[in-house]
Write a protein that binds this ligand. Sequence first.
Ligand code: ATP
Ligand code: MG
Length: 360
Amino acid sequence: MTNVTVKDLTLDFGAVRVLDKLNIDIQEGEFLVLLGASGCGKSTLLNCIAGLLDISDGEIHIGGRNVTWEEPSERGIGMVFQSYALYPQMSVEGNLSFGLKNARVPKPEIAKRVARAAEILQIEPLLKRKPAALSGGQRQRVAIGRALVRDVDVFLFDEPLSNLDAKLRADLRVELKLLHQKLDNTMIYVTHDQVEAMTLADRIAIMRGGVVQQIASPSEVYDRPSNKYVAGFIGSPTINFFEGSITDGGREFLSADLHFPLTGYEATQGALTARPAWLGIRPEAVITGTDVAQQPFTADITVELVEPMGSDTLIYTTLAGTPFRFRMSGKASVAAGDTLKIGFDPAQGSLFDKTTEKRL
Ligand SMILES: Nc1ncnc2c1ncn2[C@@H]1O[C@H](COP(=O)(O)OP(=O)(O)OP(=O)(O)O)[C@@H](O)[C@H]1O
Ligand SMILES: [Mg+2]
């Protein structure tokens, strides 16, 4: 188990700055997820940590050692890519042991490590097969196994599940979490899938344009996003934003003709002054039914679209002139055109400055 520290990391591809003075501290045994839209620099950061790219400025420390200029093989890391890149002519066993043979690890030790990895990943019955005779999920497990046998302290994953279908992704996601619980290695995991990030991570680092926007636990980024971008990136269906202004010395948010009371926001979050702002309300924060009357904000809405998801149902409507989505129980019987009373507590939502888009 080892910690990883990235200090003021800058990386330029020619004239383009892809990572800009990036700082991240990954604790020993932590599962850190790097999350962000395509092109934000996730793979680049991971490749820098792995030593596959020469950095322009800054330092990388693994286990307290400055590895900035060390070869990938000297860094004590194992990497799993999106494309499994297994050797097609070798059996699973051959694929697992190949790197160890090259590194002249003694035969009994190789056998021991391959057996252990196969057991952990439940691929023992597949050891004699060639990759062509494996399913996508099985191949991906072999790819993880190749990193496992190296017996390293830090695992780097670059979208290891994105080639798999939805069902298999969900299954392997659970296996990866179990694997981490069992091994307790430090893991750095790149994805653009926020569900993967929320479910796997001890902490999530949300990146945008080569800059970390927020690094915090899944519940923290969900409940207290540090800016409007993070709020919109995390959560499905997406958070609802109202454009308007904080008025009445911070006691109220005004959007179109609607008044949203903010009583309690200052006590739990931060001091408010009158200013243009965004109010973010999660679809899950909306209440319908008998408890609505107790909510600080209530409104009558007309259902525009119903999206049954099984476990719950998404309702699309318009509120304060803005599209508004919320979640109801899957058992609710609602149809387009129905009128519903909804309610929520705006003070439990998130407020962002209109211009800087930072959390207030
Ligand atoms: N070798 C290169 N030369 C020039 N620009 C590059 C090179 N590799 C990557 N880039 C650019 O750097 C930026 C970050 O790329 P990176 O691969 O790290 O993104 P990513 O976050 O992993 O995206 P994705 O989710 O699509 O994999 C992109 O704008 C990309 O075009
Ligand atoms: Mg990538």
